[in-house]
Design a protein around this ligand. Structure first.
Ligand SMILES: Nc1ncnc2c1ncn2[C@@H]1O[C@H](COP(=O)(O)OP(=O)(O)OP(=O)(O)O)[C@@H](O)[C@H]1O
Ligand SMILES: [Mg+2]
Length: 455
Protein backbone atom coordinates (compact mmCIF):
# COMPACT_ATOMS: atom_id res chain seq x y z
CA UNK A 1 0.00 0.00 0.00
CA UNK A 2 1.41 3.39 -0.89
CA UNK A 3 1.97 5.79 1.98
CA UNK A 4 -0.16 8.90 1.94
CA UNK A 5 1.63 12.18 1.35
CA UNK A 6 1.65 14.94 3.90
CA UNK A 7 2.65 18.56 3.84
CA UNK A 8 3.19 21.19 6.48
CA UNK A 9 0.93 24.21 6.67
CA UNK A 10 1.33 27.28 8.87
CA UNK A 11 -1.70 27.62 11.09
CA UNK A 12 -1.31 31.40 11.15
CA UNK A 13 -0.78 32.35 7.52
CA UNK A 14 -1.31 29.15 5.52
CA UNK A 15 2.25 28.95 4.17
CA UNK A 16 2.93 25.48 2.79
CA UNK A 17 6.14 23.49 2.95
CA UNK A 18 6.97 19.86 2.18
CA UNK A 19 9.18 19.70 5.30
CA UNK A 20 8.66 20.78 8.89
CA UNK A 21 10.06 24.19 9.77
CA UNK A 22 10.57 25.62 13.22
CA UNK A 23 9.85 29.09 11.93
CA UNK A 24 7.34 29.79 9.21
CA UNK A 25 8.93 31.35 6.13
CA UNK A 26 5.69 33.18 5.35
CA UNK A 27 4.97 35.04 8.56
CA UNK A 28 8.11 34.39 10.62
CA UNK A 29 6.14 32.92 13.53
CA UNK A 30 7.69 30.13 15.55
CA UNK A 31 6.12 26.70 16.01
CA UNK A 32 3.12 27.23 13.78
CA UNK A 33 3.77 24.55 11.15
CA UNK A 34 1.37 21.64 11.36
CA UNK A 35 1.38 18.45 9.38
CA UNK A 36 -1.56 17.91 7.09
CA UNK A 37 -2.71 15.22 4.80
CA UNK A 38 -2.43 15.82 1.07
CA UNK A 39 -5.94 14.83 0.10
CA UNK A 40 -6.42 12.80 -3.03
CA UNK A 41 -9.71 12.60 -4.91
CA UNK A 42 -10.37 9.23 -3.36
CA UNK A 43 -10.23 10.80 0.10
CA UNK A 44 -12.82 13.40 -0.73
CA UNK A 45 -15.26 10.74 -1.77
CA UNK A 46 -15.25 9.34 1.72
CA UNK A 47 -17.08 12.30 3.17
CA UNK A 48 -20.68 11.15 3.75
CA UNK A 49 -22.24 14.42 2.72
CA UNK A 50 -20.59 14.30 -0.68
CA UNK A 51 -21.63 10.79 -1.59
CA UNK A 52 -25.33 11.31 -0.92
CA UNK A 53 -27.47 12.93 -3.58
CA UNK A 54 -28.27 16.04 -1.60
CA UNK A 55 -30.15 18.73 -3.44
CA UNK A 56 -31.01 22.23 -2.30
CA UNK A 57 -34.39 22.19 -0.64
CA UNK A 58 -36.70 24.67 1.02
CA UNK A 59 -35.98 25.03 4.71
CA UNK A 60 -39.68 24.73 5.49
CA UNK A 61 -39.81 21.35 3.74
CA UNK A 62 -36.89 19.88 5.66
CA UNK A 63 -38.09 17.26 8.12
CA UNK A 64 -36.58 18.04 11.48
CA UNK A 65 -36.43 14.91 13.56
CA UNK A 66 -35.72 16.75 16.78
CA UNK A 67 -32.81 15.40 18.70
CA UNK A 68 -33.41 11.97 20.05
CA UNK A 69 -31.52 11.65 23.28
CA UNK A 70 -30.25 8.88 25.51
CA UNK A 71 -30.59 9.28 29.23
CA UNK A 72 -27.13 8.64 30.70
CA UNK A 73 -28.65 8.12 34.15
CA UNK A 74 -26.11 10.63 35.47
CA UNK A 75 -28.15 13.80 35.94
CA UNK A 76 -25.18 16.11 36.20
CA UNK A 77 -23.86 14.82 32.87
CA UNK A 78 -27.29 15.02 31.22
CA UNK A 79 -27.61 18.59 32.36
CA UNK A 80 -24.29 19.66 30.85
CA UNK A 81 -25.11 17.87 27.60
CA UNK A 82 -28.34 19.86 27.39
CA UNK A 83 -30.75 17.15 28.52
CA UNK A 84 -29.12 13.86 27.57
CA UNK A 85 -26.87 12.36 24.97
CA UNK A 86 -27.93 13.24 21.43
CA UNK A 87 -27.84 10.37 18.94
CA UNK A 88 -25.11 10.69 16.36
CA UNK A 89 -23.37 13.48 18.26
CA UNK A 90 -19.62 13.72 18.70
CA UNK A 91 -18.39 14.90 22.09
CA UNK A 92 -14.87 15.71 23.21
CA UNK A 93 -13.94 15.48 26.87
CA UNK A 94 -10.79 17.21 27.96
CA UNK A 95 -9.13 17.71 31.30
CA UNK A 96 -5.89 17.56 33.23
CA UNK A 97 -4.20 14.18 33.75
CA UNK A 98 -5.79 12.18 36.53
CA UNK A 99 -8.81 14.42 36.92
CA UNK A 100 -11.23 11.56 36.23
CA UNK A 101 -12.06 11.51 32.51
CA UNK A 102 -11.80 7.75 32.16
CA UNK A 103 -13.78 7.29 35.35
CA UNK A 104 -16.61 9.49 34.11
CA UNK A 105 -16.91 7.87 30.71
CA UNK A 106 -16.67 4.37 32.14
CA UNK A 107 -19.51 5.13 34.54
CA UNK A 108 -21.59 6.63 31.74
CA UNK A 109 -20.89 3.72 29.40
CA UNK A 110 -22.00 1.17 31.95
CA UNK A 111 -25.23 3.03 32.70
CA UNK A 112 -26.07 3.32 29.02
CA UNK A 113 -25.22 -0.33 28.40
CA UNK A 114 -27.63 -1.34 31.16
CA UNK A 115 -30.40 0.77 29.68
CA UNK A 116 -29.97 0.63 25.92
CA UNK A 117 -27.75 -2.31 24.99
CA UNK A 118 -24.32 -2.75 23.42
CA UNK A 119 -21.73 -0.13 24.28
CA UNK A 120 -18.15 -0.24 23.06
CA UNK A 121 -15.40 1.29 25.18
CA UNK A 122 -12.14 1.60 23.28
CA UNK A 123 -9.03 2.42 25.21
CA UNK A 124 -5.60 3.03 23.79
CA UNK A 125 -4.20 4.04 27.14
CA UNK A 126 -5.04 1.12 29.36
CA UNK A 127 -5.18 -2.64 29.07
CA UNK A 128 -8.39 -4.62 29.42
CA UNK A 129 -7.30 -5.79 32.90
CA UNK A 130 -6.74 -2.23 34.06
CA UNK A 131 -10.16 -1.19 32.86
CA UNK A 132 -11.74 -4.23 34.46
CA UNK A 133 -10.11 -3.34 37.77
CA UNK A 134 -11.48 0.18 37.60
CA UNK A 135 -14.90 -1.07 36.54
CA UNK A 136 -15.00 -3.37 39.56
CA UNK A 137 -14.16 -0.48 41.85
CA UNK A 138 -16.85 1.71 40.23
CA UNK A 139 -19.38 -1.10 40.01
CA UNK A 140 -19.65 -0.49 36.28
CA UNK A 141 -19.95 -4.07 35.08
CA UNK A 142 -22.90 -3.95 32.73
CA UNK A 143 -23.68 -7.11 30.78
CA UNK A 144 -23.60 -5.38 27.38
CA UNK A 145 -20.46 -3.31 27.95
CA UNK A 146 -17.64 -4.34 25.61
CA UNK A 147 -14.03 -3.34 26.13
CA UNK A 148 -11.39 -3.08 23.46
CA UNK A 149 -7.77 -2.15 23.94
CA UNK A 150 -6.81 -0.96 20.47
CA UNK A 151 -5.35 2.08 18.77
CA UNK A 152 -5.68 1.32 15.07
CA UNK A 153 -8.69 3.25 13.80
CA UNK A 154 -9.35 0.85 10.91
CA UNK A 155 -9.48 -2.14 13.25
CA UNK A 156 -11.72 -0.20 15.62
CA UNK A 157 -14.04 0.54 12.73
CA UNK A 158 -14.17 -3.17 11.86
CA UNK A 159 -15.29 -4.02 15.40
CA UNK A 160 -17.88 -1.25 15.34
CA UNK A 161 -19.35 -2.78 12.18
CA UNK A 162 -19.37 -6.13 13.90
CA UNK A 163 -20.86 -5.09 17.23
CA UNK A 164 -23.17 -2.28 16.09
CA UNK A 165 -22.99 -0.50 19.46
CA UNK A 166 -25.50 2.18 20.54
CA UNK A 167 -22.72 4.22 22.11
CA UNK A 168 -18.99 4.43 21.48
CA UNK A 169 -16.27 5.78 23.77
CA UNK A 170 -12.67 6.39 22.80
CA UNK A 171 -9.93 7.02 25.36
CA UNK A 172 -8.01 8.95 24.05
CA UNK A 173 -7.82 10.43 20.57
CA UNK A 174 -4.09 11.08 21.02
CA UNK A 175 -3.39 7.33 21.02
CA UNK A 176 -5.28 6.56 17.81
CA UNK A 177 -3.54 6.18 14.49
CA UNK A 178 -4.30 5.43 10.90
CA UNK A 179 -1.96 3.08 9.08
CA UNK A 180 -1.87 5.17 5.89
CA UNK A 181 -0.21 8.08 7.64
CA UNK A 182 3.46 8.07 8.46
CA UNK A 183 3.30 10.50 11.34
CA UNK A 184 3.16 9.36 14.95
CA UNK A 185 -0.08 8.99 16.93
CA UNK A 186 -1.03 12.31 18.50
CA UNK A 187 0.32 14.38 15.61
CA UNK A 188 -1.96 16.90 13.98
CA UNK A 189 -2.69 14.90 10.86
CA UNK A 190 -3.30 11.66 12.78
CA UNK A 191 -5.65 13.30 15.26
CA UNK A 192 -7.55 15.10 12.54
CA UNK A 193 -7.87 12.07 10.34
CA UNK A 194 -8.95 9.79 13.18
CA UNK A 195 -11.59 12.23 14.42
CA UNK A 196 -12.76 12.61 10.84
CA UNK A 197 -13.17 8.84 10.63
CA UNK A 198 -15.03 8.70 13.92
CA UNK A 199 -17.28 11.52 12.80
CA UNK A 200 -18.15 9.68 9.62
CA UNK A 201 -18.91 6.49 11.57
CA UNK A 202 -21.01 8.32 14.15
CA UNK A 203 -23.05 10.35 11.69
CA UNK A 204 -23.69 7.50 9.26
CA UNK A 205 -24.67 4.99 11.95
CA UNK A 206 -26.30 7.51 14.30
CA UNK A 207 -24.04 6.46 17.18
CA UNK A 208 -23.15 9.04 19.80
CA UNK A 209 -19.40 9.10 20.43
CA UNK A 210 -17.36 10.35 23.38
CA UNK A 211 -13.72 11.08 22.74
CA UNK A 212 -11.24 11.84 25.46
CA UNK A 213 -8.66 14.43 24.45
CA UNK A 214 -5.53 15.54 26.25
CA UNK A 215 -4.81 19.09 27.25
CA UNK A 216 -1.61 21.06 26.81
CA UNK A 217 0.42 22.49 29.67
CA UNK A 218 -1.56 25.71 29.42
CA UNK A 219 -4.78 23.78 29.92
CA UNK A 220 -5.96 24.10 26.34
CA UNK A 221 -7.16 21.22 24.23
CA UNK A 222 -4.15 19.50 22.69
CA UNK A 223 -4.13 19.07 18.93
CA UNK A 224 -5.36 21.23 16.13
CA UNK A 225 -7.84 23.98 16.86
CA UNK A 226 -10.02 22.73 14.04
CA UNK A 227 -10.84 19.70 16.20
CA UNK A 228 -13.12 21.88 18.32
CA UNK A 229 -14.96 22.99 15.20
CA UNK A 230 -15.44 19.47 13.95
CA UNK A 231 -17.16 18.06 17.01
CA UNK A 232 -20.64 18.92 18.30
CA UNK A 233 -19.80 19.32 21.94
CA UNK A 234 -16.65 20.09 23.90
CA UNK A 235 -16.74 19.26 27.59
CA UNK A 236 -14.06 20.24 30.04
CA UNK A 237 -13.54 18.46 33.32
CA UNK A 238 -11.87 20.62 35.92
CA UNK A 239 -11.13 20.92 39.61
CA UNK A 240 -8.30 21.00 42.05
CA UNK A 241 -6.74 17.57 42.09
CA UNK A 242 -6.10 17.84 45.81
CA UNK A 243 -9.78 18.49 46.49
CA UNK A 244 -12.47 16.02 45.70
CA UNK A 245 -14.81 18.30 43.72
CA UNK A 246 -14.89 18.05 39.97
CA UNK A 247 -16.76 20.40 37.71
CA UNK A 248 -17.90 19.47 34.24
CA UNK A 249 -18.45 22.38 31.91
CA UNK A 250 -19.48 22.64 28.26
CA UNK A 251 -17.16 24.91 26.28
CA UNK A 252 -19.24 24.38 23.18
CA UNK A 253 -22.55 22.62 22.66
CA UNK A 254 -24.58 22.40 19.49
CA UNK A 255 -27.53 20.90 21.41
CA UNK A 256 -27.84 23.05 24.49
CA UNK A 257 -26.57 25.94 26.53
CA UNK A 258 -22.95 26.14 27.62
CA UNK A 259 -23.73 27.75 30.93
CA UNK A 260 -24.82 24.63 32.79
CA UNK A 261 -22.27 22.93 35.00
CA UNK A 262 -22.19 19.47 36.50
CA UNK A 263 -20.70 18.99 39.94
CA UNK A 264 -19.19 15.71 41.08
CA UNK A 265 -17.26 14.43 44.03
CA UNK A 266 -14.39 11.98 43.46
CA UNK A 267 -14.67 9.08 45.87
CA UNK A 268 -13.32 5.57 46.12
CA UNK A 269 -16.46 4.25 44.41
CA UNK A 270 -16.07 6.76 41.57
CA UNK A 271 -17.64 10.08 40.70
CA UNK A 272 -20.67 10.82 42.81
CA UNK A 273 -23.13 13.47 41.70
CA UNK A 274 -23.55 16.51 43.87
CA UNK A 275 -27.12 17.69 43.46
CA UNK A 276 -26.85 20.46 46.04
CA UNK A 277 -23.44 22.07 45.40
CA UNK A 278 -24.06 25.07 47.65
CA UNK A 279 -24.16 22.81 50.69
CA UNK A 280 -20.74 21.42 49.78
CA UNK A 281 -19.16 24.74 48.95
CA UNK A 282 -20.35 26.19 52.25
CA UNK A 283 -19.47 23.14 54.29
CA UNK A 284 -16.37 24.58 55.92
CA UNK A 285 -17.75 28.06 56.48
CA UNK A 286 -16.92 29.50 59.89
CA UNK A 287 -19.40 31.48 62.01
CA UNK A 288 -17.51 34.73 62.03
CA UNK A 289 -14.34 35.50 60.15
CA UNK A 290 -12.42 38.46 58.80
CA UNK A 291 -12.39 38.68 55.04
CA UNK A 292 -14.93 35.94 54.41
CA UNK A 293 -18.35 36.40 52.85
CA UNK A 294 -20.78 34.33 50.84
CA UNK A 295 -21.85 35.43 47.37
CA UNK A 296 -24.18 33.90 44.84
CA UNK A 297 -23.97 33.26 41.15
CA UNK A 298 -26.19 31.49 38.67
CA UNK A 299 -24.61 28.72 36.60
CA UNK A 300 -27.03 27.85 33.82
CA UNK A 301 -30.33 27.50 35.60
CA UNK A 302 -28.91 26.70 38.99
CA UNK A 303 -28.11 29.24 41.69
CA UNK A 304 -24.94 28.54 43.64
CA UNK A 305 -23.67 29.96 46.89
CA UNK A 306 -19.92 30.16 47.39
CA UNK A 307 -17.61 31.63 49.94
CA UNK A 308 -15.15 34.33 48.92
CA UNK A 309 -12.10 34.96 51.07
CA UNK A 310 -9.88 38.01 50.99
CA UNK A 311 -6.59 38.63 52.70
CA UNK A 312 -5.06 42.08 52.80
CA UNK A 313 -1.50 42.39 54.10
CA UNK A 314 1.07 45.21 53.93
CA UNK A 315 3.35 45.01 50.92
CA UNK A 316 6.96 44.18 51.69
CA UNK A 317 8.30 44.30 48.14
CA UNK A 318 8.07 47.54 46.19
CA UNK A 319 5.09 46.59 44.13
CA UNK A 320 1.77 45.40 45.67
CA UNK A 321 0.66 41.89 44.74
CA UNK A 322 -2.84 41.17 43.53
CA UNK A 323 -3.73 37.51 43.35
CA UNK A 324 -7.13 36.19 42.34
CA UNK A 325 -8.04 32.51 42.39
CA UNK A 326 -11.53 31.85 41.04
CA UNK A 327 -12.34 35.39 39.88
CA UNK A 328 -11.06 37.50 37.02
CA UNK A 329 -7.98 39.53 37.94
CA UNK A 330 -9.17 42.50 35.87
CA UNK A 331 -12.42 42.51 37.78
CA UNK A 332 -10.46 42.49 41.05
CA UNK A 333 -8.33 45.44 39.95
CA UNK A 334 -11.47 47.35 39.04
CA UNK A 335 -13.00 46.73 42.46
CA UNK A 336 -9.77 47.77 44.19
CA UNK A 337 -9.73 50.99 42.17
CA UNK A 338 -13.28 51.81 43.24
CA UNK A 339 -12.46 51.05 46.88
CA UNK A 340 -9.47 53.41 46.72
CA UNK A 341 -11.07 56.27 44.86
CA UNK A 342 -14.68 56.20 46.07
CA UNK A 343 -14.30 54.83 49.60
CA UNK A 344 -10.84 56.21 50.28
CA UNK A 345 -9.41 52.87 51.40
CA UNK A 346 -5.58 53.11 51.25
CA UNK A 347 -4.80 49.95 49.32
CA UNK A 348 -1.85 51.06 47.22
CA UNK A 349 0.72 49.50 49.56
CA UNK A 350 -1.28 46.41 50.44
CA UNK A 351 -1.03 42.93 48.94
CA UNK A 352 -4.48 41.55 48.17
CA UNK A 353 -5.32 37.87 47.78
CA UNK A 354 -8.75 36.60 46.79
CA UNK A 355 -9.80 32.98 46.86
CA UNK A 356 -13.07 31.33 45.88
CA UNK A 357 -13.48 28.32 48.15
CA UNK A 358 -14.08 24.93 46.52
CA UNK A 359 -12.20 25.53 43.28
CA UNK A 360 -15.09 27.12 41.41
CA UNK A 361 -14.39 29.82 38.83
CA UNK A 362 -16.91 32.64 39.11
CA UNK A 363 -18.06 34.36 35.99
CA UNK A 364 -20.33 37.38 35.77
CA UNK A 365 -20.47 40.34 38.07
CA UNK A 366 -22.86 39.36 40.85
CA UNK A 367 -19.96 38.65 43.20
CA UNK A 368 -18.43 42.17 42.95
CA UNK A 369 -20.07 43.45 46.11
CA UNK A 370 -18.97 40.39 48.07
CA UNK A 371 -15.36 40.80 46.90
CA UNK A 372 -15.33 44.46 47.93
CA UNK A 373 -16.83 43.69 51.33
CA UNK A 374 -14.36 40.85 51.93
CA UNK A 375 -11.41 43.14 51.13
CA UNK A 376 -12.83 45.85 53.38
CA UNK A 377 -13.43 43.38 56.19
CA UNK A 378 -9.90 42.02 56.02
CA UNK A 379 -8.32 45.46 55.77
CA UNK A 380 -10.27 46.90 58.71
CA UNK A 381 -10.22 43.66 60.73
CA UNK A 382 -14.00 43.56 61.00
CA UNK A 383 -15.26 39.98 61.24
CA UNK A 384 -18.36 39.17 59.18
CA UNK A 385 -21.12 36.75 60.11
CA UNK A 386 -20.54 34.63 57.06
CA UNK A 387 -23.22 32.08 57.93
CA UNK A 388 -25.94 34.71 58.15
CA UNK A 389 -25.22 37.51 55.71
CA UNK A 390 -24.59 37.26 52.01
CA UNK A 391 -23.92 39.99 49.47
CA UNK A 392 -24.98 40.11 45.85
CA UNK A 393 -24.45 42.96 43.43
CA UNK A 394 -22.37 44.49 40.68
CA UNK A 395 -20.15 47.49 41.35
CA UNK A 396 -20.04 50.28 38.82
CA UNK A 397 -17.06 52.58 38.39
CA UNK A 398 -19.02 55.44 39.93
CA UNK A 399 -19.21 53.58 43.23
CA UNK A 400 -22.91 52.83 42.79
CA UNK A 401 -24.35 49.35 42.82
CA UNK A 402 -25.98 47.92 39.73
CA UNK A 403 -28.77 45.33 39.77
CA UNK A 404 -28.03 41.76 38.74
CA UNK A 405 -30.27 39.22 37.01
CA UNK A 406 -31.79 36.11 38.58
CA UNK A 407 -31.81 37.77 42.00
CA UNK A 408 -34.91 35.95 43.14
CA UNK A 409 -33.45 32.53 42.40
CA UNK A 410 -30.33 33.39 44.32
CA UNK A 411 -32.21 34.59 47.40
CA UNK A 412 -34.40 31.51 47.41
CA UNK A 413 -31.26 29.37 47.46
CA UNK A 414 -29.84 31.53 50.27
CA UNK A 415 -33.03 31.07 52.26
CA UNK A 416 -32.85 27.33 51.75
CA UNK A 417 -29.30 27.32 53.05
CA UNK A 418 -30.35 29.15 56.21
CA UNK A 419 -29.11 32.68 55.56
CA UNK A 420 -30.85 35.50 57.41
CA UNK A 421 -29.84 38.70 55.60
CA UNK A 422 -29.00 39.65 52.04
CA UNK A 423 -27.31 42.90 51.07
CA UNK A 424 -28.13 43.83 47.50
CA UNK A 425 -28.54 46.81 45.14
CA UNK A 426 -31.76 48.70 45.92
CA UNK A 427 -32.63 48.67 42.23
CA UNK A 428 -33.19 44.93 42.51
CA UNK A 429 -35.79 45.25 45.25
CA UNK A 430 -38.92 46.20 43.23
CA UNK A 431 -38.69 42.92 41.32
CA UNK A 432 -38.56 40.74 44.40
CA UNK A 433 -41.63 39.26 46.07
CA UNK A 434 -42.33 40.42 49.62
CA UNK A 435 -42.13 37.11 51.49
CA UNK A 436 -38.77 35.70 50.43
CA UNK A 437 -38.03 34.49 53.91
CA UNK A 438 -34.94 36.52 54.64
CA UNK A 439 -34.27 40.14 55.44
CA UNK A 440 -33.37 42.22 52.40
CA UNK A 441 -31.11 45.24 52.80
CA UNK A 442 -31.15 47.34 49.66
CA UNK A 443 -28.28 49.77 49.22
CA UNK A 444 -27.64 52.34 46.53
CA UNK A 445 -23.88 52.79 46.80
CA UNK A 446 -20.97 50.60 47.80
CA UNK A 447 -20.31 53.05 50.64
CA UNK A 448 -23.74 52.29 52.14
CA UNK A 449 -23.06 48.55 52.05
CA UNK A 450 -19.74 49.00 53.86
CA UNK A 451 -21.39 51.22 56.48
CA UNK A 452 -23.83 48.40 57.16
CA UNK A 453 -21.04 46.01 58.14
CA UNK A 454 -19.27 48.61 60.24
CA UNK A 455 -22.32 48.78 62.52
N1 LIG B 1 -9.02 3.78 44.84
C1 LIG B 1 -9.30 5.05 44.60
N2 LIG B 1 -9.98 5.75 45.51
C2 LIG B 1 -10.30 7.03 45.31
N3 LIG B 1 -9.99 7.72 44.21
C3 LIG B 1 -9.32 7.07 43.26
C4 LIG B 1 -8.95 5.71 43.41
N4 LIG B 1 -8.31 5.37 42.29
C5 LIG B 1 -8.28 6.45 41.50
N5 LIG B 1 -8.88 7.47 42.09
C6 LIG B 1 -9.06 8.81 41.54
O1 LIG B 1 -9.24 8.72 40.15
C7 LIG B 1 -8.33 9.57 39.49
C8 LIG B 1 -7.91 8.96 38.18
O2 LIG B 1 -9.06 8.91 37.36
P1 LIG B 1 -8.99 8.65 35.82
O3 LIG B 1 -8.06 7.54 35.54
O4 LIG B 1 -10.39 8.55 35.37
O5 LIG B 1 -8.37 10.02 35.32
P2 LIG B 1 -8.10 10.42 33.81
O6 LIG B 1 -8.56 11.83 33.70
O7 LIG B 1 -8.64 9.43 32.89
O8 LIG B 1 -6.52 10.42 33.80
P3 LIG B 1 -5.55 10.22 32.52
O9 LIG B 1 -5.45 11.54 31.88
O10 LIG B 1 -4.27 9.80 33.16
O11 LIG B 1 -6.16 9.16 31.69
C9 LIG B 1 -7.19 9.72 40.45
O12 LIG B 1 -6.50 10.94 40.25
C10 LIG B 1 -7.86 9.69 41.78
O13 LIG B 1 -8.33 10.97 42.11
MG1 LIG C 1 -7.71 8.14 31.52
Amino acid sequence: MSKIKTKFICRECGYESPKWLGRCMGCNQWNTMEEELVQSKRDFKRSPTMTSNNRPQKIKKVVSGGHERYDTDINELNRVLGGGLVKGSLTLISGEPGIGKSTLILQASSKIAEKYGTVLYVSGEESEEQIKMRAERLDALAEELYILSETNIDLIEKYIDELEPVFLLVDSVQTLYKDDLTSAPGSVSQVKECVNNLMRIGKSKDIPIFIVAHVTKQGELAGPRVLEHMVDTVLHFEGERTQEFRILRALKNRFGTTSEIGVFEMREEGLVQVSNPSAIFLDSLSEKAEGSIVVSTVEGTRPLLVEIQALVTPTTAGFPRRTAVGIDLNRLNLIIAVLEKKIGLPLMNQDIYINVVGGLKLEGTSSDLGVAMAIFSSMQSIPLSSREILAIGEISLTGDLRPVSYMERMIKEAHKMGFKTCIMPDKNIPKIKKDVGLEIKGVRRLRDALELIMK
